[in-house]
Design a protein around this ligand. Structure first.
Ligand code: MEV
Length: 424
């Protein structure tokens, strides 16, 4: 059997059926899993169990990014999103990364924070001491809530207390640190926090209001690095352009926000495809971009001693493989199988590598020809379809619009009418 590779040259030129066949063979998908991807994945009755007041389901395109080599393993990466160019950019950059060995990813332990807000204290120092004196007992009580998590090697690890000054009083905020293993962890952490609250109230005489996970998951970080060959990048000028683009972005909040949006184009697409909570990862990412510093970029770029481009990324990545939509949604389950990941940490490493690839794709285009040319082709396809073009008329209309640099529905209609007139 030949070695499995995610290096799929010319993949974009294949038909939809051929692409699905290749991915299915790569991931050994069953017919049912193939259907979950190419036909309606989520049934109405399943959807009805997931949220309230269901009236239907909403579809977005699911593509795959090719060429990802991360920690020496090949991945085909499913990405669910509506924006053109993102999947192509991720695949292109992943291909460049392979030249120097691909991405190297690592994660911290998957530890989440549960916050317990303690108010109405006459002596915060004394209250703090009282809670810390019972730390062992409180951690045991938290762990008794989730025997499954303990069985898989996770559980409450530590308890920290912060003082938070507010307009009405100085509050204590207890941070319960929980190793969530392969779960995203919100349910486990919130249950533990709710269980500890009355015990903490009784011990201190204070009043607890909030008991909730924090999405600023500073103990659950994922990092990746990669080196990009200068010649493959297009030469020293392109490397310099990317570094200059990064320096501008790191120094300017208006630019850093858009820059991080580009990173999240990749990250969200994989988070969504695997049925994870993209609002949680979005919130964590942007908050981390200003954690203990002025809001800045989530990646760093520099030219190394050989003149190659070196990049790194670091951000919280609270994703899971057990529970939630990841387990319930048939398409998400098939996407997890395509990735072939064995742990939430492995998934987190892939996600941040895709984020970094996406970021470089954007910077490389922005620092050279601009992004409009790349965007224009796919955007033009959508516009041609909106104007009523079908079959091979779509490409013909696109070609004219792109050459004229006029990608508008009214112009697409005129071109289409002209072409139809000619072919009659
Ligand atoms: C567009 O979705 C993302 C970019 O704006 C990111 C960036 O500016 O770095 C191209």
């Amino acid at each position: 059997m030949p070695e499995k590779t995610s290096k799929l040259s010319g993949f974009y030129k294949l038909s939809l059926e051929e692409r699905l066949k290749i991915v299915s063979e790569f991931a050994e998908l069953t017919d049912e899993e193939k259907d979950a991807i190419s036909k309606q994945g989520l049934s109405l009755s399943q959807a009805d169990l997931m949220i309230e007041n269901v009236i239907g389901t909403m579809q977005i395109p699911l593509g795959v990014a090719a060429n990802f080599l991360i920690n020496g393993k090949d991945y085909i990466v499913p990405m669910a999103l509506e924006e053109p160019s993102v999947v192509a950019a991720a695949s292109n950059i992943a291909k460049l990364a392979r030249i120097k060995g691909g991405f190297k990813a690592e994660t911290t332990e998957p530890v989440m924070i549960g916050q317990i807000q303690l108010t109405g204290l006459s002596d915060v120092v004394e209250a703090k001491e009282k809670i810390l004196a019972r730390k062992k007992e409180l951690l045991e009580l938290a762990n008794a809530q989730d025997p499954m998590l303990i069985k898989f090697g996770g559980g409450a690890r530590d308890l920290e207390i912060r003082e938070v000054e507010t307009p009405s009083e100085k509050m204590l905020v207890v941070h319960l640190l929980v190793d969530c293993r392969d779960a995203m962890g919100a349910n486990a952490v919130n249950t533990m926090a709710e269980t500890l609250a009355p015990v903490i109230e009784k011990e201190t005489g204070g009043k607890v209001y909030l008991r909730i996970i924090s999405n600023l998951a500073v103990h659950r970080l994922a990092r990746a690095t990669a080196v990009f060959d200068k010649d493959a990048m297009g030469g020293a000028d392109v490397v310099k352009g990317v570094v200059k683009a990064y320096e501008f972005s790191a120094a300017d909040q208006f630019r850093a926000t858009t820059y991080n949006k580009g990173i999240m184009n990749g990250i969200d697409a994989v988070v969504i495809a695997t049925g994870n909570d993209f609002r949680a990862t979005e919130a964590g990412a942007h908050s981390y971009a200003s954690y203990g510093r002025k809001y800045t970029t989530l990646t760093k770029w520099r030219e190394n001693e050989d003149g190659d481009l070196e990049g790194s990324i670091e951000l919280p990545m609270a994703v899971g493989l057990v529970g939630g939509a990841t387990k319930v949604h048939p398409t998400a389950r098939a996407c997890v199988k395509i990735l072939g990941v064995k742990s939430a940490s492995e998934l987190a490493g892939i996600i941040v590598s895709v984020g970094m690839a996406q970021n470089l794709g954007a910077l490389k285009a922005l620092a050279t020809e601009g992004i409009q040319r790349g965007h224009m082709g796919l955007h033009a396809r959508n516009v041609a379809v909106m104007a009523g073009a079908t079959g091979d008329m779509i490409d013909k209309v696109v070609k004219v619009m792109v050459s004229e640099k006029k990608v508008r529905v009214d112009r697409a209609k005129e071109i289409l009418e002209g072409l139809e007139g000619n072919s009659q």
